[in-house]
Write a protein that binds this ligand. Structure first.
Ligand code: NAI
Length: 389
């Protein structure tokens, strides 16, 4: 894998076109395939507008913009990916569709080519299983928008050859991205660990502890998050966020810790999707902004401690179960979702006894498995250990 490697991208939606822009900007020839010619044309027009904006802002020269565009070929026939050495699939989140595409790619590309999926929630192992050479299949999960978000999760399937993992990491690192390695488990790192940011915030609202704006205010001011959970869900889209929550819950064999909420389901049913539909938890009609409110300091603290302790517990449990290394878990949350600190480092700062105490009180009060502390948290708190020296 080097700059001469031709990159194939399957699907020219939001993610595929962003990934194509990243690879072409890094000097690769890129071939983008989409089965719908109008979507392909739309992606081409949008990329042109994005590059023009970068020229206007002085980030790239007009020559560079023309070179980037010149390196991308847009095609509707997947057979044209024959000369690609590395192909990233970014079509709809549907296992049957993805498996059919990998089956095709497996015979189209050369034996040494690597096949990657940008799936957010499907098992890489199940996608790899559709190929004759599953050892060359890997997950390469970009965040939206791909050209701006620095994090990429790399997920080997059970079948993936370690050499393929190393080559993929070297290639994506050369694209000025921060890569982290994740085990093939539901939600990988970010989409697993971030669940309580939304779920626990909604639960606090449902219990009548505080309104959306007060919860957002608490997590922004006390937690240091750029956006509170409700404004973030409105930004992501409640349909998208709910779908991830539901998938993670199902894929974890219905572990109650990941249970979706009725509040968000009703939002989706009412088509209150957030900014894109003009209304979600907040009303965005007529250019209205997310309201800020004055919140009692003690209430802000208790809301933030409850949500952040749940996040810390997720990160600690992911470490316990070997989902990723300490450093990768912390990098993923700061680079993938802009958390103010890595959760393990943050837990050290609070002290693990305090984190455990918050969770045990919740567990005792509600009697729900949702609040069970990770065995690693218990063990480390008992031994007065820290994650970092
Ligand atoms: P999208 O719906 O914007 O684009 C998917 C594209 O794939 C469409 O243009 C469609 O025409 C095309 N397509 C479908 N079947 C095809 C086929 N057989 N051959 C060629 N093209 C085909 O979807 P989006 O949002 O770009 O997501 C793509 C993938 O990336 C999904 O697996 C999603 O879970 C994942 N992802 C999405 C993120 C997001 O925030 N949107 C973030 C990270 C990953």
């Amino acid at each position: 894998m080097n700059k001469q490697t031709i990159i194939g991208v399957v699907g020219s939606g939001a993610m595929g076109s962003g990934i194509a822009q990243v690879a072409a900007t890094q000097g690769h020839q890129v071939m983008v395939v989409d089965k719908q010619p109008e979507i392909l044309e739309n992606a081409k027009v949008k990329l042109n507008a994005v590059l023009n904006r970068l020229v206007e802002k002085g980030k790239i020269s007009s020559d560079e913009a023309a070179e980037i565009e010149g390196r991308i070929t847009w095609v509707t026939n997947i057979d044209e990916l024959e000369s690609c050495g590395f192909v990233i699939e970014a079509v709809v989140e549907d296992l049957n569709v993805k498996q059919a595409i990998f089956k095709q790619l497996d015979v189209i590309v050369a034996p040494g080519a690597i096949l990657a999926s940008n799936t957010s929630s499907l098992s890489i192992t199940s996608i790899a299983a559709s190929c004759e050479k599953p050892e060359r299949v890997i997950g390469v999960h970009f965040f939206n928008p791909a050209p701006l978000m620095p994090l990429v999760e790399i997920i080997p399937a059970v079948q993936t050859d370690p050499e393929v993992v190393a080559e993929t990491k070297t290639l994506v690192d050369s694209w000025a991205k921060t890569t982290v390695l994740a085990r093939d488990t539901p939600g990988f790192i970010v989409n697993r660990i971030a669940r309580p940011f939304y779920g626990e915030a909604i639960r606090i609202y449902e219990e009548g502890v505080a309104e959306y704006a007060a919860i957002d205010h608490a997590l922004r001011t006390k937690g240091g998050f750029r956006m509170g959970p409700f404004e973030l869900m409105d930004f992501i889209g409640n349909d998208v966020n709910y779908a991830v929550t539901e998938t993670v819950f199902r894929e974890f064999f219905y572990d109650p810790r990941y249970k979706p909420s009725f509040t968000q389901k009703r939002m989706v049913e009412a088509k209150r999707l957030g900014r894109k539909s003009g209304k979600g938890y907040y009303d965005y009609s007529n250019g209205r902004l997310v309201p800020d409110v004055v919140v009692d300091d003690a209430l802000s603290t208790s809301i933030t401690e409850r949500v952040v302790a749940m996040l810390m517990n997720e990160a600690i449990d992911a470490l316990f179960l070997g989902v990723a290394s300490r450093d990768d878990l912390d990098l993923a949350m700061t680079k993938g979702v802009n958390y103010p600190k890595g959760l393990l480092r943050w837990a050290d700062e609070w002290g693990l006894e305090k984190v455990l105490d918050i969770l045990e009180k919740l567990h005792h009060e509600y009697g729900e498995d949702r609040y069970r502390p990770s065995p690693l948290l218990r063990r480390m708190a008992a031994n007065k250990q820290t994650f970092y020296p």
